[in-house]
Design a protein around this ligand. Sequence first.
Ligand code: ATP
Ligand code: MG
Length: 437
Amino acid sequence: MRLSRYFLPTLKENPAEAQIVSHRLMLRAGLMRQSSAGIYSWLPLGFKVLKKVEGIVREEQDRAGCQEMLMPTVQPAELWRESGRYDDYGPEMLRIRDRHDRDMLYGPTNEEQITQIFRDSVRSYKDLPKLLYHIQWKFRDEIRPRFGVMRGREFLMKDAYSFDLDAAGARRAYNKMFLAYLRTFERMGLKSIPMSAESGPIGGDLSHEFIILAETGETQVYCDPARLDLKVPGPEVSYDDDLQPVVDQWLSLYAATEDKHDPERAKHLGDSLVMARGIEVGHIFYFGTKYSVPMKAAVAGPNGESVLLECGSYGIGVSRLVGAIIEASHDEQGIVWPESVAPFQIGLVNLKAGDPDCEAACDDVYGKLTGAGVEVLYDDRDERPGVKFADMDLIGLPWQLVVGPRGLKNGVVELKARKVGERHDLSPESALARFVG
Ligand code: ATP
Ligand code: MG
């Protein structure tokens, strides 16, 4: 993509309305714009990141055996009356009336919808277990939307739902999601810590929040420092294995959010107890038959008896993650994207637009990189080098390839790693060889 043609409205000044760094940087780097309180438009650069985050979430859900589908954003109130949550949910739920005076709502979550679909389609225990998910916009009329996409009113969530015949099966599904979450966040360069948590309006008694530590986080957390050093299990652990020992290993070390913190249980840690702020990026729940009972969701068991479905639900804040990744990875100059979610891998900077040698060299490198499938943002604008460097640092692409007249005379271009700031002079050919396999 040539920057001269790209829609990238960056800001020089810090927007006054943004209190935390990710919000500031998302506005300044032209990732998004506010539409109304807690509701945002995603501009091209931000949308690319959102899609990458979503892609990682999707791959890891698929790998865990979860099947993707898509449910609507707008749901009928009658569905929520069946579960009893239409009245319970409170003012966070956006209630709408259609032209026929039917009560509708913009979904804050989808337990009722999926339970209805499942109940109406599945008859026998032989159809179990199943894990289903979708990635869809949610609306919650948060009392205090703030911090940009971190606490929006409209936000993108991955929500998965498990259906099993018994509690042991539901636990297996829970454990799969537990592992999938560890892997998902790690791929985004985040250290996530599963913590016992309150289950809130979703309900149920087994629940963990996945928290990443950040000063600006809204949740107070307490944990054993050893939790921070645990290694996320790699492919040697398969989803077909018994995952209970893996989960138990994580849960054997103390970690809890404020609501569940028990100083007595954390006492053995003494002064080493980590007390920090965290951002909730995911939340998993086992709630058993909470929805199957009121919604009469049952299948025929092995002996023909009627068995209520055992269920769980599993959320990831996809749009919140974009902000959370920035909170975890930035510096004075701007964003530092981990390679896995970067909107482009390389920023190609032409220091002297209009100079035939620089243009020829840039065009050549650009053509070869994009031809090989590498995503390049080519700053071909007629701007001062200082402006170009500042913009590149602000938008945080992992690599900058700088082409200038002086270097070219010596047969070199400059490669800078955004994260460490290291610069190397090398020939255009060796620079290319780094990225083209
Ligand atoms: P919170 O405690 O932050 O309000 P929650 O517990 O109400 O979140 P869940 O119902 O567990 O949220 O939703 C699943 C995930 O969706 C959360 O872990 C979070 O990452 C994300 N999420 C929830 N509310 C918002 C929001 N208002 N804006 C952005 N993401 C959100
Ligand atoms: Mg939660």
